[in-house]
Design a protein around this ligand. Structure first.
Ligand code: ZN
Length: 242
């Protein structure tokens, strides 16, 4: 099975379309989405439509999805994020809100675990920024491989004999006996200094996981944010990948 794994779309339709097009030629069997479909960007409605068309096997809830649903208070978010959440609330109808509400916080099957932030208190949406937090999360995981997003920084952590390592390669061959934690990065608002949309391909036959990047029409996404009256910083940061 080949999985196309997306996270943190954040209402960026241009980025989502580019990732979907890139994955269309990758012989993907199943799509997985790791949360934050909305928030920050100007196309919440169109991104919900596009995600539904993709028919992911699993869609996980992110903190911004919960913010829009008022399952997470607005004071949880910084100023820019909060104003985008308030704006997004005004854009969605009740049927679209029901769709977001259907997303689970954690998905676990015999092959993998999916969560937005961390398996350590998943409803608090903790961030995994370093090997200590990655270790804690992998200790909790019952499966050999877990996928998450939330930091908008793609990366792979590997655990063996109590020691966490961070392979530098973008494509990693998974070794038996190890545990892995894979951050898919962000489709719609990358923060690792590379403004291209991020996504992951996991092949469980070849036992490979690969972080991939694709260019998208950043200028159009930025113009839409300005036109919607959202904070200008949410537009400029897309160009910086920060
Ligand atoms: Zn996010």
């Amino acid at each position: 099975m080949r999985y196309g794994i997306l996270s943190d779309v954040h209402s960026n339709l241009e980025a989502l379309r580019s990732v979907v097009s890139a994955l269309a030629i990758e012989r993907i069997d199943e799509y997985l989405f790791l949360g934050d479909l909305v928030g920050y960007g100007a196309d919440p409605h169109a991104c919900i439509v596009a995600m539904r068309l993709l028919r992911p096997r699993v869609t996980i809830a992110g903190n911004h999805d919960w913010g829009v649903l008022d399952l997470l208070g607005i004071d949880y978010f910084n100023e820019g994020a909060a104003s985008a959440i308030t704006w997004t609330r005004s854009q969605l109808n009740s049927e679209e809100r029901d769709y977001l509400r259907s997303f689970p916080v954690v998905h676990e099957n015999p092959a993998m675990t999916l969560v937005h932030g961390s398996l350590n208190k998943p409803m608090r949406f903790n961030y995994i920024h370093d090997i200590d937090e990655a270790y804690l999360c992998m200790q909790i995981a019952k499966t050999a491989i877990s996928f998450l997003g939330h930091t908008h920084v793609p990366g792979i952590y590997s655990l063996y004999n109590g020691i966490v390592t961070v392979p530098k390669e973008k494509k990693v061959i998974l070794e038996p006996g190890r545990k892995y934690l894979v951050n898919a990065g962000s489709v719609g608002q990358p923060r690792d200094g590379d403004p291209r949309a991020s996504y992951v391909i996991y092949d469980d036959v070849k036992s490979t996981v690969e972080i991939k990047r694709v260019f998208y029409d950043i200028t159009t996404a930025q113009e839409k944010i300005i036109k919607a009256g959202l904070p200008r910083r949410l537009s400029s940061r897309l160009g910086e990948g920060r």
